[in-house]
Write a protein that binds this ligand. Sequence first.
Ligand code: FES
Ligand SMILES: [Fe+2]
Length: 347
Amino acid sequence: MAYIRSAWYVACWSSELRTNEIFHRTLLDEQIVFYRKQDGQAVALQDRCPHRFIPLHLGRLKGDVIECCYHGLQFDCTGSCVKNPHGDGRIPTAAKVRSYPVHELYGMVWVWMSDARADPALIPDYSMLDAASGYQLSTGGYLHIDANYVLMGENLLDLSHLTHLHDGYLGSPKQVGADLVLKEEGNHVLCNRWMPNISPPGIFDMLYRRDGKSVDMWTNARWIPPSCFLVDAGVHVAGGEREDRGWYYAMHIVTPETERTTHYFFAAAMPAGTKLNDEDAKVFANLRRFVFEEQDKPVLNAQQICVGDSDFWSLKPVLLSSDAGPVRIRRSIERMLKAEIEQQAQG
Ligand code: FES
Ligand SMILES: [Fe+2]
């Protein structure tokens, strides 16, 4: 499958990459091995020894180098072979593996997947996940989804499914009449929904007043291509204010693993002053995970089976008014892919 390559993709949470341990994950159909140098800096290398093509993650770390388990070639963090224990020890010119630019930010390990210059300034702004931001955080969520990352992305931008799939937790019957506004800011796509006078979905009632009385609700979802989302979602009484603290930022990141599988990372940041003690914070995190794992994931997995290997448009999907955002994502990705391929062709 063709992927947008000149982009930062989240490989894992920083906490998943532990000192003196080898970690591996497939991103965009490429097997990558990760480890930390002795100074803590994260390293990402092609996970395939150039000798007999054994995954390097089966090997072991020796300081800042990784040693292949099969015949002991050693590679440094740039991917250069630095030791050949055989014969006269000469290092063959071809004995190197690809190394990927890595940047750690917001508690996540970001990997740049092309040969173009990797500029950390292009990483989406999730600064509310920094401890210094003062937000109350719920981070570290990860699920493996058996569906293409664009299908998952459409799910995250089109929140019209909240009423049906997440009724009671994130959804409420009256959300169906939501006022939907679609906007573009640069290459970002925003899908903003305003739902006045609805019964409060459980998660928001818990954050807000805990009395089940009607609220106004909003979900403003932003797609930051190709794989990141920032959702601002909340409730307040009619005529209320954001300052009433019934909202949070939800971060959703969908990194393609293969054409039919996705690494899904999620987090949330609530403003200081949100009425959530430690126990409530656990319930909040568990409820969100439940919704994603037990409601979204099975639907996405089943959707991928139905779509199979077909081209999405060839199936002639019925389009509803709520599909404006998802269609925009799909078209933007197609455009970006085309531009990247043309750029490569020009050299
Ligand atoms: S396969 Fe890695 S050293 Fe032989
Ligand atoms: Fe969902």
